[in-house]
Design a protein around this ligand. Structure first.
Ligand code: ADE
Length: 337
């Protein structure tokens, strides 16, 4: 696709395909930068199917930057509960405050201004600029990088800086002056529905432009570090209809979890059997959560509090702990995942 005629032909083919086959996603029915930012942050580490129910509910609950800026952190974390990676929710709230107070509710239009907001990197800034303001800027995320790596037969690992630069440059060369938002959505959908890790080349609308000789093997990646195993032991401490929880200061900052066992001499003996075990991924870790029933007498630190079990649905609890609690307390707790 060296010539501008080739690039025009590529865009036409892709857009024609998209008008028939594009996905009807709720964030594509709006040009509101707030709603689009919400969708992009939710989609950062989460699949479209898992985001859909959260997205609509979130917008009903917090329909504008102003509404979100005024919400408490507890309620914001509660609405995000189940999506994971809660830094995204905290950053969204921090961004809402800045937009509401410093920008008087108007989201900045320039990429540099957008990028300065908390939690917004290059990809997200470009995505909002193109989807909300139809700016002619490239977007490189997991789907579009797979498409581009194949289109240009990129032989360097796409998680290397040089390859990233190439991807951004090639995406920039392809994006049209007009209708850029639609074009970028089309490129994403091509990656999400045709140019999959196992590609469906015979049905690809732009196959004749593709230089990949072996698309199944692209994109290359550096070998990933092995998942590290972590075991985390927590205590289930129930007295009458109340449970002792602790506000996390680490991974799940401000969310409520069962107290860690290593505190206050609660360490389980080697022979102790957990009442509940669950394993879940977290960044480069595979975490095993083990829960032990314990008796406790007094609160061990200032971050611990007794909650009535009925009130558990009004406080944010990360999914693994929520699941464990639902199973151990025999109560639904609105567990989502
Ligand atoms: N992944 C990241 N952003 C997306 C979007 N706007 N539509 C579909 N998938 C996405």
């Amino acid at each position: 696709m060296e010539s501008s005629q080739d690039r025009s032909a590529f865009r036409r083919s892709l857009l024609r395909w998209y008008s028939q086959n594009g996905r009807d996603l709720p964030w594509r029915r709006t040009r509101d930068p707030y709603a689009i930012l919400v969708s992009e942050l939710m989609l950062q580490q989460t699949q479209v199917g898992a985001v859909l129910p959260y997205y609509n509910k979130w917008l009903r609950r917090f329909p504008t930057f102003a509404a979100l800026a005024k919400a408490s952190e507890n309620n914001v974390l509660l609405a995000w509960q189940g999506l994971g990676y809660y830094a995204r929710a905290r950053n969204l709230r921090a961004t809402a405050k800045i937009v509401h107070r410093q920008y008087r509710g108007t989201f900045p239009r320039e990429i540099d201004g957008i990028r300065k907001l908390p939690g917004i990197g290059s990809y997200t800034a470009h995505a909002v600029a193109t989807f909300a303001f139809d700016q002619s800027v490239p977007v490189v995320e997991v789907n579009t990088s797979r498409v581009l790596a194949r289109l240009f037969d990129l032989q360097t690992p796409i998680d290397r800086a040089t390859a990233r630069e190439k991807l951004w440059r090639s995406a920039a060369a392809l994006v049209p002056k007009h209708n850029a938002g639609k074009f970028n959505s089309a490129l994403m959908d091509l990656g999400a529905t045709i140019c999959l890790p196992k590609p469906r080349c015979p049905t690809c609308p732009v196959q004749k432009f593709c230089r990949a000789t072996n698309p199944e093997q692209l994109p290359f990646r550096k070998s990933r570090p092995a998942l590290k195993k972590l075991t985390e032991d927590h205590a289930l401490i129930v007295r009458q209809n109340r449970i002792l929880l602790q506000q996390s200061a680490a991974r799940w900052r401000k969310m409520w979890i069962m107290p860690p066992l290593y505190l206050d001499g609660l360490k389980p003996s080697r022979s102790a059997r957990p009442s509940y075990t669950l394993s879940f991924p977290f960044t480069h870790h595979r975490v095993t959560l083990r829960v032990f029933r314990k008796q406790l007498h007094r609160v061990a630190n200032q971050r611990q509090r007794w909650f009535s079990i009925r009130r558990l649905r009004t406080i944010p609890i990360p999914s693994p702990h929520r699941r464990a609690l639902a199973a151990l307390l025999n109560s639904p707790l609105d567990v989502k995942r």
